[in-house]
Structure formats: C-alpha cells, structure tokens
Design a protein around this ligand. Structure first.
Ligand SMILES: *Cc1c(COP(=O)(O)O)cnc(C)c1O
Length: 397
C-alpha cells in the first residue's frame, strides 16, 4: 500500500518534472537516441484517419519508414493497414497488431519464403512487380492450395521531381511493370488458377511536395482505366502508393503534413469506377515529424576557417544526409547563448558523415544536447553498426 503511494507520487513528480524541465530527463538516457513525440504522432494519425475516412480512402502505413515496435503499436492502434516490403516487415506488422487482412506486400525481389509466409498468414494482397514474380506466386499458392490476391504494380513513367535515389515511377527504374507490358501479363494470367487480380498499384517516389506529380498520376490511371473498360476489365482496388513529403526546414511550423491537399488531388482528379476502393501507402508523412535524433556534443573543434561541432551521433545513426544529401533542421536544445555558425559532424571516418554545413546554432559547448529534427522516417530503421558502433536507443513519450 505504502509502496503504491510512493509509486503514484513518483509518477506525478516525474510528469511535473518533465513539464517544468522538458529536456532535463534526457540526461538519463544514453546518447545518441531517437526521441519520439507520442502526442504529435497521435495527432498526425487522427488527422490522417479522419481525412481518409471522410473520403472513403484506405490508408496503409509503409512500415519501412520506421519499424520501432513502440511506434508500430501506436500506428496499428489507429486502425490503419500496413504496407510491407519484406517478410521481416510482415512479421513486425503482425507482432504490432496490424490485422493480416490489412497488409499489402510489395517489393521487386520477394524471396520464396517471404511469399510462403505471406500466403500462410493470408495477407490482403501482393503488389506484384513482374511477370516472373507472378509465375512464382501462382506456383507457391498452388502448392499451398490457396489463392493469392494480387495487384499489379504498374510503372506509370512519371517524374516525381525528387531526389534520383527516391524516384521510382520512371521507366528506367527497376520497379513495377511498364504499362506497355500489361497486356502480356494479363494474357499470362488467363492460364493461372491460384492468383486473383484484385487491383492495380502505383508508387512514383518519395518526399513529393508538388501535388502536380500526383495529379499526373491520376491522369495516367484514368487513361489506363478507360482503355481497360473498353475491354471489360475492371479491378476492385486502386492503390496510389505513398510519397507525400514533409517540411524538413520548418518542423515546428508544419508538424503535420498536408494530408488534405494530398487526398483532395485524388478525390478531384481520379475517376474511380463503380465500387472501386482507393488505397494509399504513406510512410514518411506519418512518422517523420514526431522524431528527433538527440545527440551530445563531444568537441567544438576550431579549425582554420570553420568551427566543427563534433557530436556522438554519426551517419550510422542517421544516414539521410550522407545518402541523399538530405537537409535536417538542427538546434542546440541546451544553450541560449548568441548564435554562431558551425559544421555539425559525426565521428565516423567518412567525409560524408556530416549532418549540416554552416548551421546556425546557439553558442555550443562540450556536453550540450543537439536535436536533429524530422528524423522519425528513414532514421532509426536505417541505422547500422559500421565502425562497431552500438545502435541508437529510443524514447517514446
Ligand atoms: C517506400 C514506399 C512507400 C512509402 O513511401 P513514403 O515516401 O515514405 O510515403 C509506399 N509504397 C511503396 C511501394 C514504397 O516502396
């Protein structure tokens, strides 16, 4: 009884402490670590699900953006489905509570065991990326005496005007089936008895902020559907993929992505045929702004022309700047001294291990805490142990 009293007291004191000194409890966590703002994530999810439900759209969260088990549980609880690109992601989705009937499975290189695992768990749909893959799914489904629901991933040849590594809808990319080859695949399917065509799938790229790219996608899909309708071919589901971008420059001004404009582009431009259901697969937009990488300053190194803030996080913890020349807003969360310019770099033996050049920070000293913002997507999940470094921890609150 007394024990319970002290536990309750401790609980309230810790909340008060957190409220009065919002970051002082960070000192109890080993840096570097990912900090996730649960309130913002829940707010993002409720905005997203409300707007989707109003338009009768189905949302699948793209697990590859962030598969932290605590984060997945929160997202699953919001009632959205999951978009997986590996057997491991299907496993993680099921463990977090996503129902199998809400899981879609994409990827150009699905291994046999992954297809079998998906069949055993009776997922909603395979997003099939080639004629060759379709043949293997047919064979494995026949062996298991089951029927696989498939959507054909079509390559609409649209330039998403984003970084070349995250553009996926061009003919030169490895993804999807070129529109010109669709007829051949449909003919191939005529002979199959264990796959059932339920939809068409598209995904044109990531970090897309110009809605014109999505409008072009709608036009491309409309034209395709007109063409198919003349041949009496209609599918139940149209999946337009993910890709909605976030504001990396102003995370505090735009903490929630513009889901409304994104959904309205499809509502206003995509011509759904009787009873067709629209699906999307958002990853970055769901989790990016709720996460920050918190890292401690090891040294402030003065060089000939520059000052370097050397932090204890590196490209092993957050690889986006090194891999995609990505920009993250960076702030010193423990200093209020006059601002100065620094290059913020990590300890890894690679020149690309740099989080930002000429970053304006409050005057920085050894021991300060730095927040690298908008790191909730493609951050923790891409961490590696290069240089035998431990993986970063996480704190969700
Ligand atoms: C990566 C990916 C997504 C999610 O992309 P975001 O830019 O994070 O929204 C959705 N669908 C497919 C098929 C993907 O490969």
């Amino acid at each position: 009884m007394q024990n319970k009293f002290y536990m309750t007291l401790y609980f309230y004191i810790s909340i008060l402490y957190k409220y009065m000194f919002p970051i002082s409890h960070f000192n109890q966590v080993k840096t570097p670590f990912y900090y996730y703002d649960k309130t913002l994530l829940n707010h993002t999810l409720s905005t997203l699900t409300r707007l989707a439900e109003d338009r009768n759209f189905v949302v699948h969260y793209a697990i590859k953006a962030n598969a932290n088990p605590g984060i997945l549980k929160i997202i699953a609880a919001a009632g959205v489905g999951a978009d997986c690109v590996s057997g491991g992601e299907i496993k993680a989705a099921l463990a977090a509570g996503f129902p199998a009937k809400k899981i879609v499975f994409a990827g150009v290189g699905k291994a046999d065991w992954e297809i079998e695992y998906a069949l055993e768990n009776k997922i909603f749909c395979f997003n099939v990326e080639s004629a060759e893959e379709l043949a293997v799914i047919e064979e494995l489904a026949r062996k298991k005496e089951t029927i696989a629901s498939v959507a054909l991933r079509l390559n609409p040849n649209i330039d998403a005007h984003t970084h070349e590594y995250i553009t996926t809808g061009l003919n030169e990319n490895k993804f999807g089936i070129p529109l010109e080859m669709l007829d051949g695949v449909l003919a191939q399917m005529q002979n199959y008895t264990h796959v059932q065509l339920v939809g068409f799938h598209f995904h044109i790229g990531s970090q897309i902020l110009n809605m014109e790219s999505f409008r072009l996608l709608c036009e491309r899909i409309n034209r395709l559907q007109d063409d198919l309708a003349r041949r009496n071919i209609q599918v139940k589901h149209i999946n337009v993929g993910g890709g909605l971008g976030v504001d990396y420059d102003n995370p505090d001004k735009n903490p929630i992505p513009d889901f409304e404009s994104y959904f309205n582009v499809f509502r206003d431009n995509l011509d759904l045929r009787g009873g067709q259901q629209l699906h999307c697969e958002l990853g970055r937009a769901v989790v990016c702004q709720c996460g920050s990488l918190i890292t401690r300053v090891l040294y402030v190194k003065k060089s000939l022309k520059k000052q370097f803030v050397i932090v204890d996080a590196g490209m092993t913890d957050l690889i986006r700047p090194a891999l995609y020349q990505a920009h993250h807003y960076i702030e010193n969360i423990t200093s209020d001294m006059a601002e100065q310019q620094y290059d913020v770099v990590g300890p890894i033996c690679e020149s690309s291990d740099c989080f930002g050049k000429n970053v304006t920070l409050n005057a920085t000293e050894r021991g300060d805490l730095i927040a690298i913002r908008s790191a909730g997507a493609y951050g923790e999940i891409m961490a590696s142990q290069y240089n035998c470094r431990p993986l970063p921890g996480s704190l969700i609150e």
